[in-house]
Design a protein. Structure first.
Length: 310
């Protein structure tokens, strides 16, 4: 584990102040091989990665990035645009903010659909290089031009201060504006079965671990009310099953996932080949599990649409 001084910094929930109790004692970061624990709030149920490193740069090294969706990128963008279309009725407005926009692929597609787009990203240069207005933090977004829709695609679990982020977001929405948030579902079947081997645990980059009740609490505390929920993002859920199963039986984690998303890591060709063969087989076997998790409301991903107000 990392230094005990940092470990002591999180004895209470950063959202509700409740006491933190042990949930998973040892979860290994697949990039650095360092171990962390996950504690759960006895009050709101929010999971906290412990310790939370003060300097996160070593955990976002170059090998973390790559084609984040691989061959499914276009499908992912189309699905997310459908979520936005279901949230904001036609002719009610066309201003969209994507918090944690990455390379801006989603914003570019939204702009082609007629949206006036803006984004935030810590490393804003890739998105700016393709002509997008991207700021490095929410603090840089002017309050004078509020948005009809704000999206956070797998971003909230990465932020240092969940409550402050959500409260700032609420101020940036128009009175009838909608926010769409997607996070890994720590209350889903995958998280329950695979625990520390779950692909989407991803400590310490995922500082927080949400399930439906804890996300609802965080949103309500920031003045939001949830209107709709979904329980699947297909490629996240599918790879969540197959890669997590591989993590339980193979010595090196996430090799299949890294291959699919183009992340460069030093593995022998034989190891990569074995993971491709087994991973492909397990992916096919996982299709019924994805359907079951979705129908039961216990998928690998939780997506919510919320508005400001009770």
């Amino acid at each position: 584990m990392m230094g005990s001084q940092e470990d002591k910094m999180l004895q209470h929930c950063t959202v509700c102040g409740g006491s933190l109790t042990p949930h998973l004692l040892e979860v290994r970061d697949p990039l650095t091989k360092k171990s962390f624990s996950i504690k759960r709030c006895s009050g709101c149920g929010l999971g906290h990665t412990v310790p939370q490193p003060q300097n996160m740069s070593p955990y976002y090294a170059l090998q973390y990035y790559g084609n984040r969706h691989g061959v499914t990128l276009e499908h992912c963008i189309r699905r997310r645009l459908r979520f936005v279309a279901s949230a904001v009725r036609p002719k009610t407005g066309k201003r969209l903010l994507d918090i944690g926009c990455g390379d801006g692929s989603f914003l570019l597609a939204a702009r082609e659909k007629g949206w006036d787009v803006m984004g935030t990203e810590l490393d804003s240069q890739p998105a700016r290089s393709v002509g997008l207005d991207v700021r490095e933090s929410i603090d840089e977004i002017p309050l004078t031009e509020p948005f009809d829709c704000i999206t956070m695609w797998h971003t909230l679990e990465h932020v240092r201060d969940v409550e402050s982020t959500l409260m700032q977001t609420a101020k940036l929405l128009k009175p009838n504006g909608k926010m769409i948030i997607s996070v890994p579902d720590n209350g889903g079947l995958q998280a329950k079965i695979f625990r520390g081997q779950w692909l989407h645990m991803d400590v310490p980059r995922h500082l927080y671990h949400f399930e439906a009740s804890s996300l609802n609490f965080c949103l309500q505390s920031a003045g939001f009310a949830i209107e709709r929920q979904w329980h699947q993002e297909f490629e996240y859920d599918l790879l969540g099953w197959s890669q997590s199963a591989l993590n339980c039986i193979m010595p090196d984690p996430n090799v299949f996932f890294d291959f699919l998303t183009g992340k460069q890591k030093k593995h022998s060709k034989s190891i990569v080949l074995v993971n491709i063969v087994l991973g492909s087989f397990l992916t096919l076997l996982s299709l019924p599990a994805v359907v079951a998790g979705t129908l039961w409301g216990r998928g690998g991903t939780l997506i919510v649409m919320a508005r400001v107000g009770r």
